[in-house]
Structures are given as structure tokens and as C-alpha cells.
Design a protein around this ligand. Structure first.
Ligand code: 46J
Length: 411
């Protein structure tokens, strides 16, 4: 838990009357008519708890339990450690599912919106060390009748299956009827990825693949119960980081958070970066002086930027060449590339050069794959982990319209 799961009164949620737009009668006076809130369900215990809390009275045990179960007055936040695999290829976070808890290590993916898991419904030959969710062993699991899912990712991987609702807890925050998509088929990429027990989508619920009725992401389900309807990614280079829910932890960043508008119309955390440059200090060269659109995708390992930017960047990397057999830019592993900086509104985020020396392409360790590659053919850039781990990033849905916040990380 981050901060405190404080019980606070939320006037608007429990009040039977909503304030309306002030109406002017005469100059200098106005009245605020009381209008009925048609969505309001009266609840005696909630009103009593609100009154007690207003006057600082500790709630009697029975009333505290009643309003806690109601989830009207409670606000919540949580924090989950996320651990990178070798070379930061992916970050895995423990997620508790069902009763008793089955803990699976999931890849939190801000570029998709399905929570799916390896399950006991998979053929044995598709499973290589992954933990499988067994709905039949969870007393809280319920089959979502008639529902199925089928997803194909940008890297060609895929999975599909059926759906349960069950209790899901991440970093201490629980949602009791989360759609848990149980895999009956996973592609080779997932079969060979022994430590990855599934994905937890954190993009917008509009692109959830469950049919005939799309399901909400874990974040959309818990948003209204969080202290603030936001989650944050503090991914780190070659060490564990955190995903926080409902809290913007001021110990994890320095300076200001610069917010930029998100276009969620395609279901992604899409924004416009304002510039790109290479180098540091007096050796900084502008690669792009205008905006380019991209998505913040925790589920993509690398950063994919416009081809013109990438071509110009690697001209400044000693020994770099486009290697079509490797499928991208490579350079000698002894090279430390220059830093890469992108603009967010009037602020900048700098990816240190060492992050861009991503990993050796083979056992010899002589040639290394670049952490920045071209977005050619996608239609927008991908701010994957190589970019995200250079910043503290806020995925904020607490305002009328979503936004992304970017700040310098704490050391
Ligand atoms: C990614 C794949 N998309 C890696 O499938 C994906 C995002 C980029 C555009 C195409 C769809 C989701 N995150 C994991």
C-alpha cells in the first residue's frame, strides 16, 4: 500500500441532492436550486457513516464493515513492484487472482486492454513452466457465459480463450469482479516465454477483445475507488521498478510533471511529442523540430521513432549500420551511443545513451542491437520501455479527458 487507505467522505457520491448551475434572479443575488440526482440510491448506513466521519467519530465496527463492503466511502491506492527479465525485455508484476489467491506474474501492457492468463484449459504441450490459473479451484470464480476473447499483438503473437470473473488484487488494490480471460490457445512466442503467465492490459477498455460484450480493464474497474484516477510507471534500467495505482508518489520524481493531452480514440495512450534531438550539452543536434505522434506502451521493449529521426540518430553512432538480417540498427557492443531527447510540451525527456545499447544480438557479444528503431509501417511512434524507463510517467484519467504526465526520475 502506498499512503493510507483512508476512509473519507465523498459528498457528491452519497448526497441525494446535486448542486445545479447557479441561476441569476436579480443583480447581486443568485439562488442554487436543488435538483434530484436520478442515479442516486439512498443508503441509510452510508449517510450515518458520512455524518460520523464529518464530526470525526470513529465508525462502529459493524458500520465500518458495511460501508467498506459498499465501496462508496472508501478510497484506495496501491503499489506493485515490477521486475525486469534479462536485458529489460519485459517487466513482470505479481497479480493475485481468485480465492484462495493464485499468484501469476503478468506483463502490464499499456498498449492493450485484455487481462489474460495461462490457464489449466491450455493443452499441456503449450505450457513450459508458466503458472496456470485454475478457475475450478477458485471459490470466487464465475464463468462469464458465452464470452470469448481472441487477441493478436503488433509483434505477431496471439492468444485466445474463454472468460471468468474473479477477484483480482494488484499491489493491495482489489476488484471483485474483474474479467479474467483464460487462455485455451497461446502462440509460440508466449509458449517459450516461461516467466510470463499472461498480460494485464492498461490501455483503454474500448479495445478489449471480449465478445459479445467487451470487458473493462483492471484500471477502469478500480478508477472510481482510487484516491486519484491515475496509475504511474516507474520502470528502471536493469533493476526493479514500480507500478502505482491511485497515487502520484512524489518520492519517485524530481521537478515538475509535464502533462500532455492524450487522444484515446484508437484505444491507446496516444500523444504528440514535440521534438527529437541527439547528444548532450553543446553537442546537441535537433533531429526533428516539429511534433510526432506516438503511444506510451509499457508492453513494447524498445522505442520506435520516425524513420528520418532514426536514420539521422544512427549517423552519430560509431560503427552503426542497418542490418537487415537482424531487422534493425546494430553497432559494436563497445560503443556507448549518444543520448536521445524527446520533447513533451515545453519539457524534455532524455534517454541515456547506455539504454540505447540494448543487448548483444548473439552469444559472441560483439554486435549490439539498438534500443531505438524505426516505426516505419506502424503509422505512429511507440514509446516503449527504452523510453519509459527514462522517466516517471503518469497515466492520468482523473480529469475530463485523459493525459500523460512526464517527469524526471528520482535517483
Ligand atoms: C502492442 C504489442 N499494439 C506489444 O499490439 C500492440 C500497440 C502498437 C500498435 C499495434 C498494437 C501492445 N503492447 C505489447
Amino acid at each position: 500500500m502506498v499512503g493510507s487507505a483512508s476512509t473519507i467522505a465523498i459528498a457528491a457520491a452519497v448526497a441525494g441532492l446535486a448542486t445545479a448551475t447557479p441561476v441569476r434572479t436579480k443583480v447581486g443575488t443568485f439562488s442554487v436550486p436543488q435538483v434530484k440526482n436520478p442515479g442516486f440510491k439512498p443508503h441509510g448506513p452510508a449517510q450515518l457513516a458520512k455524518a460520523y466521519l464529518k464530526y470525526g467519530v470513529k465508525l462502529p465496527e459493524g458500520l465500518a464493515k458495511t460501508v467498506s463492503d459498499l465501496k462508496i466511502l472508501r478510497r484506495d491506492s496501491g503499489s506493485a513492484k515490477t521486475t525486469p527479465e534479462e536485458n529489460d525485455i519485459q517487466y513482470l508484476t505479481p497479480v493475485s487472482i481468485g480465492t484462495p489467491a493464485q499468484t501469476l506474474n503478468l506483463d502490464f501492457d499499456s498498449g492493450s486492454s485484455d487481462l489474460w492468463v495461462f490457464s489449466t484449459e491450455l493443452p499441456a504441450g503449450s505450457v513450459n513452466g508458466q503458472t496456470q490459473y485454475d478457475a475450478s479451484k477458485s471459490s470466487t470464480a464465475k464463468k462469464l457465459s458465452g464470452a470469448s476473447w481472441d487477441i493478436s499483438y503488433g509483434d505477431g503473437s496471439s492468444s485466445s480463450g474463454d472468460v471468468y470473473t474473479d477477484t483480482v488484487t494488484v499491489g493491495g488494490v482489489t476488484f471483485k469482479s474483474q474479467a479474467v480471460e483464460a487462455a485455451k490457445q497461446v502462440s509460440d512466442q508466449f509458449q517459450t516465454d516461461s516467466n510470463n503467465d499472461g498480460l494485464l492490459g492498461l490501455a483503454f477498455s474500448s479495445i478489449n477483445t471480449v465478445t459479445p460484450t467487451a470487458q473493462k480493464t483492471f484500471f477502469d474497474n478500480i478508477a472510481s475507488s482510487l484516491d486519484t484516477a491515475a496509475w504511474t510507471a516507474d520502470l528502471k534500467y536493469h533493476e526493479a521498478g514500480t507500478y502505482d495505482f491511485g497515487v502520484i508518489d512524489s518520492s519517485k520524481y524530481t521537478g515538475d510533471i509535464t502533462y500532455t493531452d492524450v487522444d484515446s480514440s484508437q484505444g491507446f495512450w496516444s500523444f504528440t511529442a514535440t521534438s527529437a534531438s541527439v547528444g548532450s550539452g553543446r553537442n546537441n543536434t535537433v533531429l526533428k523540430a516539429s511534433g510526432f505522434s506516438g503511444i506510451a506502451d509499457t508492453g513494447t521493449t524498445l522505442a520506435l521513432f520516425p524513420d528520418s529521426v532514426v536514420t539521422a540518430y544512427y549517423k552519430q553512432v560509431t560503427g552503426a549500420k542497418l542490418d537487415n538480417t537482424q531487422g534493425g540498427y546494430v553497432f559494436p557492443c563497445t560503443t556507448t551511443p549518444p543520448d536521445f531527447t524527446f520533447g513533451v510540451e515545453d519539457a524534455t525527456i532524455t534517454i541515456p545513451g547506455k539504454y540505447i545499447n540494448y543487448a548483444p544480438v548473439d552469444e559472441s557479444g560483439s554486435s549490439c542491437f539498438g534500443g531505438i528503431q524505426t516505426d516505419e509501417g506502424i503509422g505512429f511512434s511507440i514509446f516503449g520501455d527504452v523510453a519509459l524507463k527514462a522517466a516517471f510517467v503518469v497515466f492520468d484519467n482523473s480529469k475530463g479527458t485523459p493525459r500523460l504526465g512526464w517527469a524526471a526520475k528520482s535517483s
